[in-house]
Design a protein around this ligand. Structure first.
Ligand code: NOJ
Ligand code: MG
Length: 523
């Protein structure tokens, strides 16, 4: 693989709590991941991105960090992290870790010191504490619902764009960038191959902390986790809390730090910005390497919508020379088989969309469990743990975070050595979805993913960077990439295929035609 290995990599997201449990406490952990790395090698991915495993009270399942330089005992130890890195590297897998710079946990020593110190103190100046006599200092809402400000005992308010236990740092205070440079170096020295940067478009807020100008139909949260389906909704709006120009200086500095560590270290940013241009700014040559491209994940099942996503994606990254990225599922959104309608049809569509994505130039990010075709689970209200669900009163994001089924007939399906239910209960009809059951079945989603990833290595990787959309009718997405022709049927009628040898299909084909909800690669 080249130094810039990430440009065409398949990167598998491991949600630590829910991948594999080594000690029987019902929560996934680092030794659990290490013990199951063979699954990722057999699947044929290039790298894994591991969600936060640092010391944390787990109010947002690790996205609330109390110590960036240590592993939470729930997940293991620093030695377990080293072992995970070593074993992954032995197997030829790269490892990306999550970095959470926008906010700390309220249990971080800095925030505890801020609470113990008086208003105006240097301890408070690492966060955004403000005075206000008549309610919160401005009208900003938390992404997780409710106001973005909480009042402390002496009357001051602090800003938290997420949960109350996730106070936002003041990135204008030089102590803050200095601390994160140390964190980057610490993990680079331990051998990580890159970072996934949480809320990378956050960090700086407009210095005045002025009110957000809201249209009459807008609610006071910027990126809303809305409705039944925890779908994230993007709209053009006034956002003094996100995407401020100063943030780019931070990433220019981080670029230097990554470079010093070697040419093969990378960073991928989570940037919910408002336009393709503002997203592309994060991947200018002297900043970060990739941003997640959420456009496809937000698009409805429609050939026209998918074609627009493809065109817009290339148009956005080409001017800055960055590689595109693609993603259909992650730990914050409804799993794509369920988004596409659920049941056999949702799964057929999900396989077809995945296969289409995997044919495109750039990097593809997969989310654990999608290789098993797992559906979104309707988690009973009493088992919900997502702070967004608790604050918004919605089902939230637990339904895509249910622990993986590995083997066996009943919960915990080999997830861990215990016999009881893991931290989120698994459904009682998952026996046929386990890794072991699917390995034995050539028609399974797992077997399909293995075939698709192997076909990608064999036929797509060397097929060049340019993609030409083809017109095969209104409900059909089709494109050519070098010798490859890819066709996805989003309509309800079977369509005739252009000539060519079938390399890969998302479902069995009867003749040289493509049924609804199916995709094919031809050569
Ligand atoms: C984005 C993460 O993906 C999400 O899970 C988390 O809740 C927020 N950032 C806050 O850190
Ligand atoms: Mg455990």
């Amino acid at each position: 693989m080249s130094a810039q290995w990430w440009r065409d990599a398949v990167i598998y997201q491991v949600y630590v709590r829910s991948f594999a449990d080594s000690d029987g406490d019902g929560v996934g952990d680092l030794p659990g991941i290490t013990s199951r790395l063979g699954h990722l090698r057999d699947l044929g991915v290039d790298a894994l991105w591991v969600t936060p495993f640092y010391r944390s009270p787990q109010h947002d399942h690790g996205y609330d960090v109390a110590d960036y330089l240590d592993v939470d005992p729930l997940f293991g130890s620093l030695e377990d992290a080293d072992r995970l890195l070593d074993r992954a590297h032995e197997l030829g897998l790269r490892v990306i870790v999550d970095l959470v710079p926008n906010h700390t946990s309220s249990e971080h020593p800095w925030f505890q010191a801020a609470l113990a110190a008086p208003p105006g103190s240097p301890e408070r100046a690492r966060y955004l504490f403000r005075d206000s006599d008549d309610g919160p200092p401005n009208n900003w809402g938390s992404v997780f619902g409710g106001p973005a400000w909480t009042q402390v005992a002496d009357g001051q308010w602090y800003l938290h764009l997420f949960d109350t236990t996730q106070p936002d740092l003041d990135w204008r205070n030089p102590e803050v960038p200095a601390m994160f440079e140390e964190v980057l170096r610490f993990w680079l020295d331990r051998g990580v191959d890159g970072f996934r940067i949480d809320v990378a478009h956050g960090l700086f807020k407009e210095e005045s902390l002025r009110d957000q100008v809201l249209e009459s139909d807008e609610s006071a949260s910027s990126v809303a986790l809305t409705g039944d389906h925890a779908m994230i909704e993007l709209k053009l709006r006034d956002e003094p809390m996100w995407d401020q120009p100063e943030v780019h200086d931070v990433y220019r500095r981080w670029h230097e730090i990554l470079d010093e560590a070697g040419p093969d270290r990378m960073a991928v940013a989570e940037t919910w910005t408002q336009t393709p241009e503002s997203t592309a700014a994060f991947v200018r040559p002297d900043e970060l390497d990739q941003t997640f491209n959420f456009a496809w994940l937000l698009a409805a099942w429609s050939a026209e919508a998918f074609a627009t996503v493809i065109t817009d994606t290339f148009a956005a990254v080409e001017p800055v020379g960055a590689s595109p990225t693609w993603v259909l599922s992650n730990h914050d959104v409804v799993r794509h088989p369920s988004r596409y309608g659920g049941g056999p049809r949702g799964l057929a569509r999900a396989r077809a969309a995945t296969m289409t994505m995997l044919a495109l130039p750039g990097a593809s990010y997969l989310y654990q469990g999608e290789e098993l075709g797992l559906p979104e689970v309707d988690v009973a209200a009493e088992h919900r743990q997502d702070p967004a669900a608790l604050r918004l009163g919605t089902p939230g994001r637990d339904g895509c975070r249910v622990p993986l089924p590995w083997s066996g007939e009943q919960a915990p399906y080999g997830f861990g050595p215990g016999s009881g239910q893991p931290w989120i209960p698994q459904p009682d009809d998952w026996a046929s979805l386990t890794v072991a059951a699917q390995q034995a079945d050539p028609g399974s989603t797992l077997s399909f993913y293995c075939r698709a990833l192997s076909a990608r290595r064999e036929h797509a990787r060397a097929a060049g960077d340019s993609v030409d959309l083809l017109d095969l009718g209104e409900d059909v997405l089709a494109f050519r990439r070098g010798p490859l022709t890819v066709v996805l049927n989003c309509g309800s009628r079977t369509v005739d295929l252009p000539e060519g040898e079938v390399l890969l299909a998302s479902a069995a084909l009867d003749s040289h035609t493509l049924p609804a909800d199916t995709a094919v690669w031809l050569r």
